[in-house]
Ligand binder design. Sequence first.
Ligand code: SF4
Ligand code: SF4
Length: 339
Amino acid sequence: MAKDITARTVGFKAGERNVFFHLLTACNLSCRHCYINIPQHGSQTLTATTAIRWLKLFARPEKQSNLILLGGEPTMHPDLPEIIRAAKSMRYAVTVDSNGFLFHNLLDRVTPTEIDFLSFSLDGPDAEINDPIRGQNVFDTGTKNLQTAVQMGFKTSLIYTVSNLNIDHLHLMPSLLSEWGVKRFFIQVIGLRGKPASSSPTNKTQWQVDPDHWLEIVPQVAGEASRLGIHVTFPKVYLDPDEQFECAGQVAENYFIFPNGRVYQCPLCEDYPIHSYEIENNRLIQHEGINEDKFFPLSIPEGCVMNKLLQPDNIEYLADGTPRHRISCCLLKQEIIPQ
Ligand code: SF4
Ligand code: SF4
């Protein structure tokens, strides 16, 4: 029987909470599109004791809460297994987002039941495409560790950040993922944050994918991955005319925690000191002043206000001055679940 491969838009699920916790900002790699911004996010590595205290601030055992442990490279944290176990005891569903290097023998220090998903990042189907973006030998190391993790029984996912540098190679990913035994595929769009934002205007256009190119390639590749039995998630980016715009900052619970104590609700705001909350002396407090949350209720024809303010280059206008597409919230996803 043919599989249903219709993409459904995943609004912000009622009650679902996502806690993106950057335990450190240090990393062994220096990917060209890295969004980590040390002056804004801090350079400290949280101790396990502090990380566990902070986890308690966001724990709501009565609600579905997804915890994504990241960095920098989270596996560089020597006490990551202890933090994972503490998070599980608080009933978080735990994902570790690694660049693939899996330091400190992570696979031997946790069991597959202690991690809900072990996520790897690759930006190309081979070293020739991936390594100029992410670094030398990253493809070989990441794919070797990924396959070891699958063999050991870990559920794995893969994140591919689509830019102009690799969009034309995305179609090669589904068969590779299927061969490697990856269960979930997250296709992300490059954002103009961190390093891409600070590059020259010429380089900016080089990173960004134009709407027609995105719409021509990404949904088809997602459909193909789904036909191979992989659960695919990709950003909505451009809203259809009949779709309602919603800002996740208004209707969902997403927290992006950095080691300097800043807590954002919107990932687009992370390069600016406009975080909604901060952690001081292990207490979560409102950040005073005019912050990201003041922008969330604003309604404009272009859709996402922060996109209009920070990434105006990716909005196209028609001759009459109206936007060609409304830009969705960057947290709004489409998902195809294999039947
Ligand atoms: S692996 Fe992640 S944190 Fe490290 S440089 Fe690459 S994008 Fe940045
Ligand atoms: S990306 Fe835009 S729509 Fe989404 S939370 Fe941020 S401001 Fe709101």
